[in-house]
Design a protein around this ligand. Sequence first.
Ligand code: PAF
Length: 276
Amino acid sequence: MRLIHSVTELRAALAGEAKTAFVPTMGNLHAGHIALVEQARAVGRPVVASIFVNPLQFGAGEDFQRYPRTLEADCERLEAAGCDIVFAPDANEMYPEPQTFHVQPPLADELCGAFRPGHFSGVATVVLKLFNMVRPATAIFGKKDYQQLFILKGLARQFNLPIRILEAETTRAADGLALSSRNGYLSAAEREEAPRLIRLLREAAARVAAGERDFTDIERAAGVELAAHGWRVDYFSARDQATLLPPTPESHELVILAAAHLGGTRLIDNIEVCVN
Ligand code: PAF
């Protein structure tokens, strides 16, 4: 496995490759990322993983400074998983000019975007740059970041990028908690409490699957339950999978998404549910 820091070296290493499979990450890798690398190996070679903590997608007061940088351990895990190239640029390599273009995606102010202004613009901008640097045939993103995946599929489609976007199921701990680099911020007591988020999403999905259509009531009940256990809820919201907008009477494929803070840690998760 090669560790590459510069775009020039990356371009040379990937010259002539037509089946590159790409897994963009911010590092501090866990089993969920490794599952993405394994999926990448099944669809193309070489497998490239990027590691870049993107300042553009963090807001003021968010965890950019304390986001764990664990390059050496990440490289060991990636090598063991069969990754061929790790691309780990620094901020000057990624943003060499003081004034940067920003991609402004639709839906960037909805759901997480309503609470993290600029976040999805930062994500879309860095991913477009990474796509242009790596020029992959396929890129793989996890469904835990559902809105991110939705926006990046739109990015590839609307900018006519010749890249197939694959989605990967969320990897979970035995108690259901979605794996996330941010889980490392949780205290032991918070870690015990954290699976409540997916439990409530599953309960809400069961109510919807059973035919309930009063989404406001379902969302409010989950919010009350989370607040009663010390969470600060950003949103708990049923949406149409195709639009990520509130469901209409014609919506059949729904997704319920949630974001809430447990102590100083913001957790997100979601569950898909189909209705007749
Ligand atoms: O999901 C992430 O880790 C990041 O948002 C991504 C896609 C690597 C862009 O920085």
